[in-house]
Design a protein around this ligand. Structure first.
Ligand SMILES: Cc1cc2nc3c(=O)[nH]c(=O)nc-3n(C[C@H](O)[C@H](O)[C@H](O)COP(=O)(O)OP(=O)(O)OC[C@H]3O[C@@H](n4cnc5c(N)ncnc54)[C@H](O)[C@@H]3O)c2cc1C
Length: 433
C-alpha cells in the first residue's frame, strides 16, 4: 500500500504536467523492476537525496538499486525553483541554539555551506550545463517593520540601493544580500546525477513503487508490483511523497505542504527596465509565507510561493490565480506578461522543524532522510551523501547530531494537514504587518 495524506491529484502527473524544466531536458527512460534483485543498498526515491546517496555508495564499491514510483526527478527535485541555497530547517537559529546548543548551530551552519559546495562540485565535475547564475541570494523586506528586523541581522541595502542594483518593486523596502548559493536548472542537475549514477553501476528503475517493506530471513525486501529487491540496507528518500505505511513508523512524522511556481515567457530588456528589475540575483521576501523569484539567464522570470492545503484540480486553479495576483502586485509592469508554465509539488515539514537523516528505530539497516522545509536542492543532496557515508562507514559529509533524533508525531494523524490551514491563517495575519 501507499497511504498518503493528500488527494490523488497531488500524486498524479496533473500538478506537474506544465513544468517548465521538462522542456529543457531530453529525459532518459528507465526500466521497470521485474523479478528478484540483490543489492547491498536499496534506495527508495530518485530525487536529489536518493541519487546523491546512490552516487556516494556506488563510488565506494557498493551495489545499489534505486526505485522510483514514477521516474527520477518526478518529485520535487525535478520541479522546484532551483535555488541552491542555505536552508533545510524552518526552526530559527535561536531555537536551534536553545534546543541543541550553540555548537550544534555552528555545525548546522557549516553543513549548509558544505551542502551548497557539494552541489557546485557535482555540477562542475560532471560538466553539467545547469544555467547557473546569481552571486548568492538576497532577502527583501516586505514592510518597514521587516526592514528594521533585517537591519539587526546584517548590513542592508535601502530601497534606493536596491533600485540601483536592478531590483525595483513597490513592495520592496530594502534587502540583505548574502553571497552564498546560486540558481540552477534543477532538472538538468537531477538528470546529470541520474546518468552519472547509472554510468558508475547504479541500477535505477522507474514506475517501480515500493508498496511494501518487509524483513526476509536475513535481508530487507523492498517489494514492487512486479518484483522485489533484497538488500542489507534500505534508504527511504521519498520526502514530500512519503507514505504513512512505508514503513508504519512513518505515520504522522512528516507533513507534506504544497508549493507552486510560474515561469514567464522571456522578458525583453525594455520590459525588464520598465519594472526596474534587471538583476540576476535570486531573491525571496521576508514574509513567513514567502515568495521566491529570480530572473533566469534566458530572460524568463520564475516566481513561486506556497500552495493551498487542498490538492484537487479546482483548488489548484484557485492557487494558480492567487499566484498570478501576487506576481502582478509585486511586479506591476509585467501585468501583461503571460506565464508559459505553471506547476506545483510537495515539500516536507517535520514536527521539530529540522530535517531527519538517520536510522528508523527497531528496523536495523533501514534509514530515512527527509524534511528539508522547502530547501532541499542543497540540503537533500548533502544529507543523501551523508547517510551514504554512514552506511559505508566513511562518515563523510557530517551533519549535526540533532538531525539524527527520531522525529515525534504531528497531532491529528492522517488529518494533520489541517494544521497548515491554521498556521497559514496565522502567518498571513503576521505577514500583513
Ligand atoms: C514547487 C517547489 C519549489 C521548490 N523550490 C525550491 C528551491 O528553489 N530551492 C530548494 O532548495 N528547494 C526547493 N524545493 C524543495 C526541493 O525541491 C525538495 O526539498 C527536494 O527536491 C527534495 O528532494 P528529495 O530527493 O528528498 O525528494 P523528491 O525529489 O520529492 O523525490 C522523492 C521521490 O520519491 C518517489 N517515491 C515516493 N514514494 C515512493 C515509493 N513508495 N517507492 C518508490 N519511489 C517513491 C517519488 O516518485 C519522488 O520521485 C521546492 C519544492 C517544490 C515542490
Amino acid at each position: 500500500m501507499m497511504r498518503r495524506i493528500y488527494e490523488d491529484f497531488a500524486y498524479s502527473d496533473e500538478g506537474r504536467s506544465d513544468c517548465y524544466w521538462d522542456s529543457t531536458v531530453t529525459a532518459r527512460r528507465w526500466p521497470v523492476l521485474q523479478g528478484t534483485h540483490q543489492a547491498d543498498v536499496a534506495i527508495i526515491g530518485a530525487g536529489f537525496t536518493g541519487l546523491n546517496a546512490a552516487i556516494e555508495l556506488a563510488a565506494g564499491g557498493a551495489s545499489v538499486i534505486v526505485l522510483d514510483a514514477e521516474w527520477p526527478g518526478w518529485g520535487a527535485s525535478g520541479r522546484n525553483g532551483g535555488f541552491c541555497c542555505m536552508g533545510g530547517a524552518k526552526a530559527s537559529d535561536a531555537a536551534i541554539a536553545r534546543r541543541y546548543g550553540q555548537g550544534a548551530l555552528d555545525d548546522w551552519d557549516t553543513a549548509q555551506v558544505q551542502a551548497i559546495n557539494l552541489v557546485a562540485r557535482r555540477v562542475s565535475s560532471l560538466s553539467l550545463d545547469v544555467e547557473q547564475h546569481s552571486d548568492g541570494e538576497i532577502v527583501l523586506a516586505h514592510s518597514r517593520h521587516a526592514m528594521k528586523r533585517l537591519q539587526r541581522s546584517g548590513e542592508t541595502v535601502d530601497r534606493a540601493g536596491l533600485a540601483a542594483m536592478g531590483m525595483g518593486g513597490p513592495q520592496f523596502h530594502g534587502g540583505l544580500h548574502t553571497r552564498v548559493g546560486f540558481g540552477l536548472n534543477p532538472r538538468r542537475y537531477l538528470e546529470g546525477l541520474a546518468r552519472h549514477a547509472a554510468s558508475i553501476g547504479v541500477n535505477i528503475y522507474g514506475h517501480s513503487p515500493m508498496t511494501q517493506l518487509k524483513r526476509g530471513r536475513q535481508r530487507w525486501h523492498a517489494v514492487t508490483p512486479d518484483g522485489w529487491v533484497e538488500a542489507d540496507q534500505v534508504l527511504i528518500a521519498t520526502n514530500g511523497y512519503t507514505s504513512d505505511d512505508l514503513p508504519d513508523w512513518m505515520a504522522a512524522r512528516y507533513l507534506p505542504a504544497l508549493s507552486s511556481v510560474i515561469v514567464t515567457r522571456p522578458l525583453t530588456p525594455d520590459e525588464q527596465q520598465a519594472q526596474g528589475w534587471t538583476s540576476d540575483l535570486m531573491a525571496y521576501d521576508t514574509r513567513t509565507l514567502l515568495h521566491y523569484f529570480r530572473l533566469m539567464p534566458n530572460g524568463r522570470f520564475l516566481f513561486g510561493m506556497r500552495g493551498g492545503v487542498t490538492c484537487t484540480a479546482r483548488a489548484e486553479a484557485v492557487t494558480r490565480r492567487r499566484l498570478r495576483t501576487h506576481f502582478e502586485q509585486m511586479f506591476p509592469a509585467w501585468r501583461h506578461v503571460e506565464a508559459t508554465h505553471t506547476w506545483s509539488g510537495l515539500v516536507c515539514l517535520m514536527p521539530a522543524l529540522v530535517p531527519f537523516a538517520g536510522e528508523v528505530p527497531d528496523m536495523p539497516g533501514v534509514h530515512a532522510a527527509m524534511g528539508w522545509h522547502g530547501n532541499g536542492v542543497a540540503m537533500g543532496s548533502y544529507a543523501g551523501a551523508s547517510i551514504a557515508g554512514r552506511i559505508a562507514g566513511t562518515n563523510a559529509h557530517s551533519l549535526p547530531e540533532f538531525t539524527g533524533r527520531t522525529p515525534t508525531r504531528f497531532p491529528l494523524g492522517q488529518y494533520r494537514r489541517s494544521l497548515l490551514r491554521l498556521a497559514y491563517l496565522g502567518y498571513s495575519l503576521t505577514d500583513a504587518l
